[in-house]
Ligand binder design. Sequence first.
Ligand SMILES: NC(=O)c1ccc[n+]([C@@H]2O[C@H](COP(=O)([O-])OP(=O)(O)OC[C@H]3O[C@@H](n4cnc5c(N)ncnc54)[C@H](OP(=O)(O)O)[C@@H]3O)[C@@H](O)[C@H]2O)c1
Length: 255
Amino acid sequence: MGTALITGASAGLGAEFAWQLAAEHTDVVLVARNAARLEELAGKIRNTLGTSAEALPADLANPVDLARVAERLRSESSPIGLLVNNAGFGLGQDFVGGDLERELNALDVMVRAPLVLSHAAAGAMAARGAGAIINVSSLTSLTAQGTYSAHKAWLRTFSEGLAAELGPRGVHVTAVTPGLIRTEFHERSHVDASQWPGFVFAEPETVVAAALDAARAGRVITTPTPLYKVASAALRAMPRALVRRVAGPSLSGRN
Ligand SMILES: NC(=O)c1ccc[n+]([C@@H]2O[C@H](COP(=O)([O-])OP(=O)(O)OC[C@H]3O[C@@H](n4cnc5c(N)ncnc54)[C@H](OP(=O)(O)O)[C@@H]3O)[C@@H](O)[C@H]2O)c1
């Protein structure tokens, strides 16, 4: 796949994308805010697998940092063959009465950043006639859990349009819509993950392997693991009024 640039690579799914891609001899560029964690991961990947791993610390909500990452995606001397738009977080608050700055920050990280980075990557990849973009959406894109659902629905729909536009130019776009995964996500979102039985959590290894398989196969939308494939089919079949009742804000599991 050429060099891969992965956002949100300091933890969870992003770090797993880095390991699995590096294990198949893909050089990786790691983006997130925590520079120390990125450097540590890049060092481990280089030492363990011998693959090139570059840390590119950036806060994707910061326009200057975001422009720097977009510039890296446009590089002709060291081209990026795969962009993984993965960085994201749960807001951990209701919309009404919640902090507006946190809302805007979430919009910047989960909508504005994938848009800006996809624009940079798509231009460079289409010019070369090859490349791939993986957008980490969520099963929540089919539910009614506040602005997080809206951001993930935007990313899924955006991916479909981009896939149609870029497909004929040799660039594949895949949206991944996983259910619950065992990462730092819930702790960071102030959600007590112990309220759900263990079997509902997919492991990052499984989700990332499924995402990479789907991207290689040129699939536009993929929901990893059988449990969430069934959940996805059910959510699509249900009347939206029922979805709002059973999969609205109360499903977020916030403390
Ligand atoms: N875990 C789940 O149950 C689940 C389910 C469906 C979808 N997802 C989606 O999967 C993606 C990955 O989440 P995860 O589960 O791996 O969560 P995680 O373990 O909390 O990792 C989130 C990553 O995003 C990065 N990030 C957050 N804000 C950022 C910012 N402003 N700029 C740059 N990077 C930022 C974090 O790094 P720094 O803190 O170092 O910046 C971290 O590397 C997210 O888009 C999430 O919405 C997760």
